[in-house]
Structure formats: structure tokens, C-alpha cells
Design a binder for this molecule. Structure first.
Ligand code: H2U
Length: 349
């Protein structure tokens, strides 16, 4: 038998941020990228849809009317999963039955008044306004005494359960630190305590040396397919400087973040020449009043598509019962994403 080659042989990869493993089976997908792009009808949408609950001036389910906003707009979710006025309390019925009340605030954040756009098709100046909105929301929500974590995210595409194509995201801010950020916090803390640097600073430095999984870089951010990626086209945008949260970014860094976010969205749309669905979000320090020097600000993107504009990867079977698995290696994905045009396909026509 030949010696182990991670491009050929089945193996497991470790995610040092979460402590989880992913099964990689490259022998099942050694074929090179075929670039097949099944043409899906690209729907055309109006700039303003009178039936859209996110468009400026329209009425929402609650009866409230959106203002005639001109760039970004946020409001408390009319169907919030977390509410601020929950009475404190817990169930302590022995070790096996535990529950605790949870307070929080859910918001919907409109990225643009333009119903027909996505981040990939917005001008970079408009995406900068989205970053400013994230910053303001993180600050004002995080300042509330009972809010210890602010999760900012974007669900894009019907396939991801997104109910409306109008460019928007959500924020769920709450009392406790949810599961994913908690895992990342514990691993970053252990790393910082051992080495005195953030886990992602050291990781980024080594990725930049290897140049195997980098998709693109700008002055302040690097976009890459992480070594431990689970989804076929999963990526991260990592700040070069170890900042713990978005409020520490300089004005130039905020602009670079907007540019990187938009650039990645363009590259994603170019994969299958379609509006590329994903769940994405910011991972950063909790707002619990502690210092959190271990936290290194980053964005994660989890796109579900696998082979075409309609064929998605299912996280079922072995993945639900054992651990996630992928065929195409993160290196193959990075190579493919890197080779795509940096201009949006609609502008190249
Ligand atoms: P999606 O990102 O999953 O499409 O969610 C949009 C949110 O908008 C959803 O959480 C909220 C839903 O509760 N919403 C309102 O707040 N008001 C409305 O009038 C309709 C939808």
C-alpha cells in the first residue's frame, strides 16, 4: 500500500475552533471540476415590490409600516423567537431535567431598499452601510445588561429557508452564549492561554504560507476554505488583525470587510451562475462584559449547494448519526473558487 496522501485517501480532519471532526473521502470525487452550470431561470425582480414586507413604505404582518428608508433599516422581528420580558426561572428536577428561561431580542436587518439586489450585486458603498449597521446593532444590543451574546447572520435563498429574496439578515441577541460560539470560545481560550496568541492568527499565518486554500485577500481580510470545512463550498473571512469584535475595526478595516463580503458573494454567484444560497454570520466576542482577548473576529459561510444550482448536499444519515462527511476536498474547492471571475457573471455578459 502507498503512503497516506490526503488528496487520495479517506481521512478525518480536526476543527480546532470547535473540537469536531469531519470525514473526508477524496477517492469519491477525484474527478476534476467540470464547471457544469445548469442554467436555472434567473428570476427578475422589481426594484420595489408592493407585496414585500421588507420594502420601504410597506406594511408588515404586525401592521407596522416600514419607513421610506434609503440604505439600511432594522426592526424588531414581528415573530421574535426570543423575547425581552420573560420571567427569570429554571427547572431543576434533578440532573436529567434541566431548563432555564431565556431572554432576548430578535431583529430583522434590511441591507438595501432595492428588492432586486443581493450583496453580490450591491455597490461596495452600499455593503459598507451593512457593516455599519452590524456594528451599531452589536453595540446597542450588546450594551443591554441582559444581552450577553449577539448573533448576526444572513440566511440567503429559499433552499436555506429564507422567506423573502429582499436582501436582509437577522440578529438574535440573548442572555446566554449559544452552542456554536461557546465551543469556539472554549477552544480559542485554551489556545490563547497556552500560546498567548489567538488561534486564528496562527492559523491564518500558516494558511498564508501554504497558499493552498486561500481564495483571495485584501489589505485587512483573508477569505479561505478552512482546512476543516464541512460544506462543499464552505469559507471563512478572517481579519488579519486579532480584533475580538466588530467595534474594534478601524474605518478602513470596515471598508475592507464590506469589500471582502461582496467579493465572496460575487464569486459564489459565479459558481453555478445563479444567486448562491448560504447561511452566513459573524462570530465574535460575547457581550458579557468580560475582556475575551482569546476571540478573533471572523465570518463563516455555509452554502448547501454541491453539484449544480439545484443539487444540494444533504446532512443526513451518517452525518446526523456520526459526523459530517465530504467528498471534494477543501483544497479542490478552494482551487475552483479561486479560479472563478472576480466580476459578477451578470456584469460580464
Ligand atoms: P428569513 O431571513 O428567514 O426570511 O426571515 C425573515 C424574518 O422576517 C422572519 O424571521 C420576519 C420573520 O419572522 N417577519 C417580520 O418580522 N415581519 C413580517 O411582516 C414578515 C416576516
Amino acid at each position: 500500500m502507498n503512503s497516506f496522501d490526503s488528496n487520495e485517501h479517506s481521512h478525518r480532519r480536526y476543527n480546532p475552533l470547535t473540537g469536531e471532526w469531519v470525514q473526508v473521502s477524496p477517492h469519491r470525487a477525484r474527478r476534476p471540476w467540470q464547471g457544469q452550470t445548469e442554467e436555472v431561470a434567473n428570476e427578475t425582480r422589481p426594484e420595489h415590490d408592493p407585496n414585500c414586507y421588507l420594502c420601504a413604505g410597506n406594511q408588515r404582518a404586525s401592521g407596522d409600516k416600514n419607513p421610506h428608508y434609503t440604505d439600511t433599516y432594522s426592526f424588531v422581528n414581528d415573530f421574535s423567537a426570543l423575547l425581552p420580558d420573560v420571567p427569570g426561572g429554571e427547572i431543576t428536577d434533578g440532573e436529567l431535567f434541566r431548563a432555564k428561561s431565556e431572554k432576548g431580542i430578535c431583529k430583522v436587518i434590511c441591507f438595501s431598499p432595492r428588492h432586486d439586489l443581493t450583496v453580490a450585486e450591491m455597490e461596495v458603498e452600499a455593503v459598507e452601510k451593512v457593516v455599519t449597521l452590524w456594528k451599531n446593532e452589536y453595540k446597542t444590543l450588546g450594551q443591554k445588561d441582559y444581552i450577553n451574546h449577539v448573533q448576526i447572520f444572513e440566511n440567503k435563498g429559499a433552499i436555506m429557508g429564507c422567506s423573502n429574496p429582499h436582501p436582509h439578515g437577522q440578529i438574535w441577541a440573548q442572555e446566554s452564549i449559544p452552542v456554536e460560539p461557546s465551543k469556539k470560545q472554549a477552544h480559542q481560550k485554551a489556545y490563547f492561554d497556552s500560546y498567548g496568541t489567538t488561534l486564528l492568527s496562527d492559523y491564518l499565518e500558516q494558511e498564508l504560507q501554504k497558499q493552498e486554500r486561500i481564495i483571495f485577500e485584501n489589505e485587512h481580510f483573508v477569505c479561505l476554505v478552512p482546512f476543516w470545512a464541512v460544506w462543499p463550498f464552505e469559507t471563512m473571512i478572517i481579519s488579519r488583525r486579532a480584533v475580538t469584535n466588530i467595534l474594534e475595526l478601524t474605518a478602513d478595516e470596515e471598508k475592507s470587510l464590506a469589500a471582502a463580503y461582496r467579493q465572496l458573494a460575487i464569486i459564489y454567484d459565479n459558481v453555478f451562475k445563479t444567486s448562491f444560497p448560504y447561511s452566513a454570520g459573524l462570530h465574535q466576542a460575547p457581550t458579557d462584559g468580560m475582556e475575551h482577548t482569546e476571540w478573533h473576529f471572523h465570518m463563516v459561510f455555509y452554502p448547501p449547494l454541491l453539484r449544480s444550482a439545484t443539487v444540494k448536499k444533504f446532512m443526513v444519515g451518517y452525518e446526523m448519526l456520526a459526523n459530517p462527511q465530504r467528498d471534494i476536498t477543501p483544497e479542490q474547492s478552494a482551487k475552483m473558487l479561486k479560479s472563478l471571475p472576480k466580476e459578477h457573471y451578470k456584469r460580464l455578459r
